[in-house]
Design a protein around this ligand. Structure first.
Ligand SMILES: *[C@@H]1O[C@H](CO)[C@@H](O)[C@H](O)[C@H]1NC(C)=O
Ligand SMILES: *[C@@H]1O[C@H](CO)[C@@H](O)[C@H](O)[C@H]1NC(C)=O
Length: 304
């Protein structure tokens, strides 16, 4: 009976906090909307997660249908749920010159402003800011890690494309060449795009984790192999995995880890299409979100 009472009160606590819209959070050139979830269990010095939604999704959809709310409740960290301003299909702007360049504009600057506002207004560990998403959210994850390396410790992208692959004429344009796998570059060519996004930056590069289905018919798996070329070059891990594990974390998936410090991880899901299921435990582990104290993974752990 006593255990039941404790569980009931925890349940009440966990459901009290709500998704809150923040306005006036700094430069927001594309008028993206900023929704913030701060769980009642919020603890000072917690990490921060940014979770941009997929095309045709919203902040509310991502908040309501993904597991991050309950994970945030459990470990006490806030989650930023940005909402796309592009009403046609609610994808993210991963195409414009502005979004692909540090502090130039586009949706990436709007999301960077959300992160900066949250760090100014909550006692969060600024060395433990993470970004993850699926599909358009994964494309945006690649863009944020490439254009705002000073803000993030790591990114995790499900069914995305490499930074700069969607580059096109305008904001939030669909790039069929990229999506359908006709854009193929060397690691050095991808790396050059990332360096050019923020030429003055000399600090550590966030580590990165990517997941992709082998039969993805919306965002072709060519993009997975190009993300590998991109991030193994940026992170200087070398192109040969230090370990490869089959049926990890689930049957049919192959996990590859790169570099001495495991700075890059890739997961190929055999037979899986664009509707790739979350492996949230892998993301929590990679970001060290269940860690408290001094020894948690953070930007301070990254090679400089
Ligand atoms: C954003 O909103 C402002 C104020 O309503 C407007 O002037 C501006 O044109 C909008 N920007 C975009 C990209 O829609
Ligand atoms: C991905 O692109 C390759 C090369 O164009 C093509 O052979 C393959 O069928 C595509 N995959 C899917 C699932 O559409």
């Amino acid at each position: 009976m006593r255990r039941l009472t404790v569980l009931a009160s925890l349940g009440a606590l966990a459901s009290a906090a709500e998704l809150t819209q923040i306005t006036d959070f700094g430069p927001n050139p594309t008028n993206a909307s900023f929704y913030l979830y701060v769980p009642d269990s919020f603890k000072a010095n917690s990490p921060l997660l940014v979770y941009p939604h997929w095309c045709h999704g919203t902040a509310q959809d991502a908040f309501g249908s993904k597991q991050w709310r309950s994970i945030a409740d459990e470990f006490g960290f806030p989650v930023i749920y940005p909402s796309s301003p592009w009403t046609v299909d609610h994808c993210w702007d991963v195409s414009s010159y502005d979004t692909l360049h540090h502090n130039e504009g586009g949706d990436s600057l709007s999301i960077a402003s959300m992160v900066r506002w949250t760090l100014e207004n909550y006692p969060i560990d600024s060395d433990r800011v993470f970004v993850s998403g699926t599909s358009s959210g994964a494309m945006m994850t690649n863009v944020m890690i490439g254009a705002y390396p000073e803000l993030f410790a790591a990114g995790s992208a499900y069914a995305g494309v490499p930074f700069g692959c969607y580059a096109g004429d305008g904001y939030a344009v669909w790039n069929a060449d990229c999506a359908e796998g006709r854009t193929d570059k060397t690691g050095e060519q991808w790396d050059a795009l990332v360096l050019e996004a923020f030429p003055a930056y000399t600090g550590p590069r966030p580590k990165m984790q990517v997941f992709h289905g082998s039969v993805d018919n919306v965002v072709n798996v060519t993009n997975y192999y190009n993300e590998i070329k991109l991030w193994t070059t940026v992170l200087k891990t070398g192109s040969t995995p230090s370990s490869v594990a089959e049926n990890d974390p689930v049957s049919g998936w192959t996990k590859s880890v790169y570099g001495e410090q495991d700075l890059f991880e890739s997961f190929l899901a055999d037979g899986v299409d664009h509707n790739i299921p979350d492996q949230i435990g892998e993301v929590i582990r990679f970001f060290d979100l269940d860690c408290t104290g001094e020894t948690c993974f953070s930007r301070k752990s990254l090679p400089s």
